[in-house]
Design a protein around this ligand. Structure first.
Ligand SMILES: NC(=O)c1ccc[n+]([C@@H]2O[C@H](COP(=O)([O-])OP(=O)(O)OC[C@H]3O[C@@H](n4cnc5c(N)ncnc54)[C@H](O)[C@@H]3O)[C@@H](O)[C@H]2O)c1
Length: 274
């Protein structure tokens, strides 16, 4: 025994710090993977969640998964590559809920191609969604949020390295770090915190591309080998899940993260150490 006694007040106070009760949370890319899991975790922690995506079937799944746990998640179609649509989505939240407390930018795409072969359209598309989508969502939310707003952007472990065929993705995610710092600086005086999470590899719709054929067929052997390779770069010999990343988002947007802004939190099982 440590000899330190805890009172019920202290225990409740600390536990409650991790709740986001009645916070209004807008999530992009909420129809799959990390965004979907974040929507569910924030709703479970008490938030009023609006999950957005271009994929309506994915949003249906998000709503169903929430319902299975007795939660309600509101969903909206939103293409983050359209700054006007992003601004309108924030306006809509303000009209419907009267406030916006939390923004999580999880929408993103990965195009795998050698930098020598990338076309102007491909580069433009990756930057428009991953970088521009994050930038303009931060801008729209930053204009609408009051003191105590919280924004989390999804960067990637690739910010500390380079990966074959993923140059456009890495460039966009390096930019997301600067978007994060820029808005942390500009919104800090208003009491709004802006951080990024740089996840290591987790299995989602995006990463399943490695072993899924265009017709949807899964190459199980390739999947097993790929996951073993990812486990091999972690000192804990493990890969994470979308839940691991979503719990990091919860920490950052809850009161527990109240002294954190302008930071990149690396959640990667130790696979990459800066
Ligand atoms: N999975 C990983 O290992 C990993 C690692 C590091 C970073 N990330 C980042 O985490 C975020 C979530 O990725 P994920 O792995 O959950 O991928 P995912 O493909 O499962 O989810 C991404 C979602 O973004 C949506 N989306 C794509 N283009 C959009 C657009 N124009 N407008 C709105 N939504 C759009 C997709 O429909 C999809 O639902 C991404 O930013 C990704 O780069 C993922």
């Amino acid at each position: 025994m440590s000899g330190i006694s805890s009172s019920p007040d202290l225990v409740t106070g600390i536990t409650d710090t991790f709740l986001v009760t009645d916070k209004v949370a807008l999530i992009t890319g909420g129809g799959s993977g990390i965004g979907q899991e974040t929507a569910i975790v924030l709703a479970a922690a008490g938030a009023r969640v609006i999950a957005t995506d271009i994929d309506s079937a994915g949003l249906d799944v998000t709503r169903s998964l929430a319902k299975e746990s007795g939660l309600v998640i509101d969903t909206r179609i939103l293409d983050v590559s359209d700054p006007e649509a992003v601004s309108a989505a924030v306006d809509n939240v303000m009209v419907e809920h009267g406030k916006l407390d939390v923004l999580v930018n999880a929408a993103g795409i990965l195009i795998t191609r050698s930098a020598l072969d990338v076309t102007p359209d491909e580069l433009e598309r990756v930057l428009r969604i991953n970088l521009g989508g994050t930038f303009f969502a931060c801008q729209a939310a930053g204009r609408a949020m009051k003191a105590d707003g919280r924004i989390v952007n999804l960067a990637s472990a690739i910010i500390d390295t380079a990966s074959p065929g993923r140059g456009t993705y890495g460039i966009s995610k390096g930019g997301v770090v600067q978007v994060t710092r820029t808005f942390a600086l500009e919104l800090g005086p208003a009491g709004i915190r802006v951080n990024a999470i740089a996840p290591g590899w987790v299995e989602t719709g995006m990463t399943r591309q490695h072993w899924t054929a265009p017709d949807g067929t899964i190459d199980e052997d390739k999947r097993t080998k790929y996951i073993a390779k990812m486990q091999g770069i972690s000192p804990m010999a493990t890969v994470g899940t979308s839940r691991d990343i979503a719990m990091g988002v919860l920490w950052l947007v809850s009161g527990a993260g109240s002294f954190v802004t302008g930071q990149v939190i690396r959640i990667n099982g130790g696979a990459f150490m800066a």
